[in-house]
Write a protein that binds this ligand. Structure first.
Ligand SMILES: *Cc1c(COP(=O)(O)O)cnc(C)c1O
Length: 410
C-alpha cells in the first residue's frame, strides 16, 4: 500500500486490517486494562515478548492505529502518541536527556516550548539557543556533552525556517540526536526523514486533526539514528535493532512516568481529521499565499512574514523543501498608528482566538495574548511589536477572507 498517494494510504488504512463487521474505522477501545487467558501470556506481554496491551496509560489499539497512520505519513519506522504536543515534547526531552547534557535549540520556537526548555535548564540540562536559519551557528555551538539538536521546520510564530538539511548532516557527522518539530509544515509538506531527523514531533491538535476539536501529540522515529551512539539508553530498552531503542524508551518511560497519554476517543477524532490533511493543506496554503500577497501590499501593514513571499529570507529553500507549499501561518505587523483592537473587532469571518492549523481562520494580537506574560522588554528583544498579529489561515472561500481583512483595515 505504501506506493499509493498520501490520501489514498490514510483513508484506506484501518479497514485493510479486516476489522470486525467490515468496520471501516478501528473501534474506540475504552478498556482501561487488558486481560489474558493465561498468566504466561500476561507476563509475556508485560515483558515485550508478545504483542498486546496491558494498561491503557501505555496505549490502546485505537492509539496504535493512529500511530501507524502517522508513521505512514512520515515514511518512518514507528510513532508514539501523547495527550498534547507539549506532552510529546516533554516525554522526548525528559526521557532522553540527563543532568549535565547539552541541548542546542533554535531560538525561533513556539513560546510554550521555550518555557519547557527553561524548565529543563533549571533541572541541570545545559541549553544553547542559536539562530538555526544558518547551520553554521549550530555547528559552532557543539560541545563534547552535546546530545541533541532541536528545531521547528517553520517557526511559530515568526515563520523562520531552520537550515533543515545542513543541520541534519551536521547531526549525522557528530552522532547527535536531531529532533524536528514539524507541526507547522505537517507531514504533507515534508517528512522529517528527508532532512535526516532522528525524531519528528507533531502536535496533532493542529493541522493533522484540523477541526479544532481534539488535542494530541506524536513522536515519530525515522530509524535513521543508531541509538548505540547515545549514552542515555537504559539497558532494558536495548533489545531488537539499535535504531529502535530511543522511541521504546520515550514510550515506556514517557507514558509511564509522565502519564500524558492520548485517550482512545481523541485518537479516533484525530484519525478521522487526518483523512483530509492533504486536501485541507492545499486550500490552507493557497489561501495563506493569497492573503499574504494582499496584506503585503496594504498601506497600513508594515511587514508580512510568510515563507511563500519572495521577500522571506528562506523563500528559495522553502520552495524546494515543502512541495511548493508554504504553510498556513502569517506573521503580520500593522503600522504603529493603527489601533490593533479596533481593527480586529471589525473582522467578521476570521475568529479572534489562539490555536493554529484549524479549518477556521484564527487571528491573535500576539503581544497582548501569548506573549503578554513575558513583559515588554523580552517582547522587544524577540521583535514582537504591539501591532503584531499571528494569523492562522483556514479553508474558507478565498474572497471572503480577503474581503474580511480589507474591511477591517479600511
Ligand atoms: C501548538 C504547538 C505545540 C504544542 O502542541 P499542543 O498540542 O498545543 O500541546 C508544539 N509545537 C508547535 C510548533 C506548536 O505550534
Amino acid at each position: 500500500m505504501t506506493n499509493k498517494g498520501f490520501t489514498t494510504n490514510i483513508v484506506h488504512h484501518d479497514h485493510k486490517d479486516k476489522l470486525t463487521h467490515g468496520a471501516i474505522h478501528r473501534s474506540i477501545y475504552t478498556s482501561t486494562e487488558y486481560a489474558y487467558d493465561s498468566a504466561e501470556d500476561l507476563a509475556a506481554v508485560f515483558q515485550g515478548r508478545q504483542k498486546g496491551y496491558t494498561y491503557a496509560r501505555q496505549g490502546t489499539p485505537t492509539t496504535a492505529s493512529l500511530e501507524a497512520k502517522i508513521t505512514a505519513m512520515e515514511h518512518a519506522q514507528a510513532t508514539v502518541t501523547f495527550a498534547t504536543g507539549m506532552a510529546a515534547l516533554t516525554a522526548t526531552f525528559f526521557t532522553l536527556l540527563r543532568q549535565g547534557d547539552h541541548l542546542i535549540s533554535s531560538k525561533h520556537i513556539f513560546g510554550n516550548t521555550n518555557s519547557l526548555l527553561m524548565t529543563l535548564e533549571s533541572l541541570g540540562v545545559e541549553l544553547t539557543l542559536v539562530d538555526a536559519t544558518d547551520a553554521k551557528n549550530v555547528a559552532q555551538a557543539i560541545k563534547p556533552n552535546t546530545r541533541m539538536v532541536f528545531v521547528e521546520t517553520i517557526a511559530n510564530p515568526g515563520t523562520q525556517i531552520a537550515d533543515l538539511e545542513k543541520i541534519g548532516k551536521i547531526c549525522a557527522e557528530h552522532k547527535l540526536v536531531y529532533v524536528i518539530d514539524s507541526t507547522l509544515s505537517s507531514p504533507y509538506l515534508s517528512t522529517g526523514r528527508k532532512f535526516g531527523a532522528s525524531l519528528v514531533v507533531n502536535s496533532l491538535s493542529k493541522h493533522i486533526s484540523g477541526h479544532g476539536n481534539a488535542l494530541g501529540g506524536a513522536v515519530t522515529q525515522t530509524g535513521l539514528y543508531d541509538w548505540q551512539d547515545y549514552p542515555n539508553i537504559y539497558n532494558q530498552y536495548k533489545k531488537n535493532e539499535s535504531n529502535t531503542w530511543g522511541l521504546l524508551q520515550i514510550k515506556k518511560k514517557g507514558l509511564r512516568d509522565m502519564g500524558g497519554t492520548l485517550s482512545s476517543d481523541m485518537a479516533h477524532r484525530i484519525a478521522a481529521g487526518a483523512e483530509t490533511l492533504a486536501l485541507r493543506m492545499d486550500k490552507i496554503c493557497s489561501n495563506a499565499l493569497a492573503l499574504a500577497d494582499f496584506l503585503n501590499q496594504h498601506a497600513l501593514v508594515s511587514k508580512v512574514s510568510y515563507p511563500g513571499l519572495v521577500n522571506h529570507p528562506q523563500h528559495e529553500k522553502a520552495k524546494i523543501w515543502f512541495n511548493g507549499l508554504f504553510g498556513g501561518l502569517l506573521g503580520v505587523e500593522l503600522k504603529p498608528e493603527i489601533d490593533v483592537f479596533k481593527a480586529l473587532n471589525k473582522l467578521e469571518t476570521a475568529a479572534l482566538a489562539t490555536h493554529l492549523g484549524d479549518n477556521r481562520t484564527l487571528v491573535l494580537p500576539a503581544a497582548h495574548t501569548i506573549y503578554y506574560e513575558m513583559g515588554p522588554e523580552r517582547r522587544a528583544l524577540m521583535g514582537i511589536a504591539d501591532g503584531f498579529l499571528r494569523i492562522s489561515v483556514g479553508i474558507e472561500d478565498t474572497a471572503d477572507l480577503i474581503n474580511d481583512f480589507e474591511r477591517a483595515l479600511a
